[in-house]
Design a protein around this ligand. Structure first.
Ligand SMILES: NC(=O)c1ccc[n+]([C@@H]2O[C@H](COP(=O)([O-])OP(=O)(O)OC[C@H]3O[C@@H](n4cnc5c(N)ncnc54)[C@H](OP(=O)(O)O)[C@@H]3O)[C@@H](O)[C@H]2O)c1
Length: 197
């Protein structure tokens, strides 16, 4: 599976807030349309309630929410297109039963969602290209497990100073990257890297 992390951030690497402009959103919609699936952490759903659609740019990828305790609200906007909710053994059975009416549930992990086991499951369902859209806690786990192949960051001309950061949790080791493209979308700079493994 090819895994791309995509995010928009301030110059000081804060993720919380909207750092994309019109041209960058177009880039994001096109990238979504090229992906088989898009993954986010539950805090992103609870905070932003996003639909994560392609805005009619192309085919709709499957949406995947990482949600150990199955806290996702049953009226979350993400359910407007095909969704998978990955939960752990911490998820109450009643919550699973409720959310199962809206989405496919994949159970993997004792406490947190076991992301490696989940990737194996997803691969079996012909998900071969996966886009990780955040937030910073999920991105940290993906980097820590060395799962990402590509990293795309859009950097906005703002120093925000506080909020959830791009890498929210400490990493076990530095991640080395190879710069492969730089794009300027008006005031936003988009950097594309391969992750060296
Ligand atoms: N600028 C951007 O591009 C962008 C994109 C997306 C989000 N955001 C922002 O990011 C913020 C949310 O980020 P966040 O860091 O608070 O949360 P997050 O990454 O959206 O969600 C993290 C949560 O996922 C659950 N989880 C379960 N298993 C996990 C695992 N193995 N690894 C990591 N997480 C796991 C945990 O909650 P449980 O234990 O309850 O399951 C964890 O607290 C929001 O403010 C949102 O606006 C920005």
């Amino acid at each position: 599976m090819h895994i791309t992390i995509n995010c928009a951030k301030s110059l000081d690497s804060i993720l919380e807030g909207n750092y994309s402009n019109k041209k960058d959103w177009k880039r994001v919609y096109e990238l979504r349309a090229k992906s088989d699936a898009i993954m986010v952490g539950i805090n992103t759903i609870l905070k932003d309630n996003p639909r994560l659609t392609t805005h009619n740019t192309g085919k709709e990828p499957v949406k995947i929410v990482i949600d150990s305790r199955c806290r996702i609200p049953k009226d979350a906007r993400i359910f407007q297109t095909k969704t998978i909710v990955a939960v752990s053994k911490k998820a109450p059975k009643e919550r699973i039963a409720e959310i199962q009416k809206k989405a496919k549930i994949i159970l993997c992990g004792k406490e947190k969602v076991d992301l490696c086991a989940l990737m194996n499951e997803l691969q079996k369902t012909s998900i071969n290209t996966l886009m990780i859209e955040g937030g910073g806690t999920l991105i940290s786990s993906i980097l820590n497990l060395n799962l990402a192949d590509e990293l795309i960051v859009a950097i906005a001309p703002q120093i925000t100073s506080k909020g959830i950061r791009f890498v929210e949790k400490e990493l076990k080791a530095p991640i080395n990257l190879k710069l492969k493209d730089i794009q300027k979308l008006d005031e936003i700079v988009v950097l594309k890297y391969d992750v060296l493994k």
